[in-house]
Ligand binder design. Structure first.
Ligand code: UDP
Length: 242
């Protein structure tokens, strides 16, 4: 896994979702600590304004392109990426791996009722996953007791759903204190796991219109979507200046 594509200073893995899952599987076997970021245009734009966040992204082992905007940006730069890897899809595949291999998984983040429902659904859909712990995401700042709780549960995989940039910063702050584990920021994925938010039907996803579906279902997200044209303009700007 050495092919990377840079978009606005963020280095994306140029891999298929399957290659990514196989690579993470190997790293679990080798006990290699791993930090995965699933980055969309909003995250890339945020990194332009927040140097601490940019450094956090630089410290990640893998950044995968989550969102059609990143795929479009890479294409505009004539460095096409193989495919979009949605955070929820990667998390689902890793839960599948955890189910096969009976791995320990910790779930950190989202509202209390959401995480409880998500855990119930994981127990139903992935019965062999060893749920070594979970905690909601509304704790004070970087409360060290939460990290301690995650550590003592001895997880192989830690999914962190605190929203960006908090989830990546949380991982970066504590990663050094862990001996092993795959750590991944998953944004609103527990809401989907819990059934509180619906994923776009597959036809919308195949047509790369998941963003439009989310906008229709959650119109309050329009401000966040407004990042997409800004991102494309910025990519076009770097293309011209090259
Ligand atoms: N969240 C959290 N703690 C916080 C802020 C957010 O646990 O302090 C959770 C929130 O409940 C939601 C997730 O983080 O489950 C982020 O959701 P959002 O839709 O903002 O994420 P996206 O997928 O768009 O990055």
């Amino acid at each position: 896994m050495s092919k990377k594509v840079e978009v606005l200073g963020v280095e994306f893995e140029n891999a298929t979702q399957k290659e990514m899952v196989d690579c993470i599987k190997d790293r679990i076997k080798q006990n290699k600590k791993t930090f995965i970021v699933t980055a969309n245009p909003e995250i890339v734009m945020h990194a332009q304004r927040d140097p601490e966040y940019k450094n956090t992204l630089r410290s990640a082992d893998f950044i995968v392109p989550d969102g059609i905007g990143i795929i479009m940006g890479a294409k505009m730069l004539k460095k096409p990426l193989q495919e979009r890897i949605a955070g929820f899809d990667l998390m689902s595949d890793l839960l599948g791996v955890a189910n096969e291999e009976r791995l320990n998984v910790f779930f950190l983040g989202s509202r209390e009722n959401v995480i409880e429902q998500a855990i119930a659904n994981v127990k139903r859909d992935y019965p062999h996953v060893q749920i070594c712990g979970f905690h909601h995401g509304y704790f004070q700042g970087n409360d060290p007791r939460v990290a301690e709780m995650v550590k003592t549960s001895n997880p192989d995989l830690v999914f962190v759903a605190l929203g960006f940039p908090r989830q990546e910063k949380w991982i970066r702050t504590y990663l050094d204190t862990f001996e092993k584990g795959i750590f991944m920021g998953v944004g609103g994925s527990f809401d989907v796991l819990a059934g509180a938010v619906k994923r776009a039907p597959s036809i919308w996803r195949r047509l790369n219109l998941e963003w439009l579906y989310r906008l229709i279902k959650q119109p309050s997200r329009w401000k966040r979507m407004a990042f997409l044209p800004l991102f494309i303009l910025k990519v076009a700007g770097t293309k011209r200046s090259r």
